[in-house]
Design a protein around this ligand. Sequence first.
Ligand SMILES: [Zn+2]
Length: 110
Amino acid sequence: MLRRCVSCRRLRDRSLLWRVVRLADGTVSLDDGMGRSAYLCPEADCLEEARRRRRLQRGLRCAVSEAILTSLQARLERSGPQPLRQDDPWSPRASGPGVLSAPPYGDLPE
Ligand SMILES: [Zn+2]
């Protein structure tokens, strides 16, 4: 089942997203509960965007307490960096100027 992240607007399976729910009594809960939901990627960029631009508030059409954002932040720190967001491990930084750049024939006799 696909859901859209409120920050980056990407569609992802809902099992990969955080779910923030506005319950019937107007309080906001994470993961569980019946009510209007907003989804967010478990990534620092999307959390930051949601916090800065009040994406969750817009998605849920209600106030979202700082405690919600803080607990999402804590989850992110617990889970560590997401592998998909790391720098490309195959970038050519590991090579660079080295033995291969030396003139290969310099020491050969005429
Ligand atoms: Zn996102």
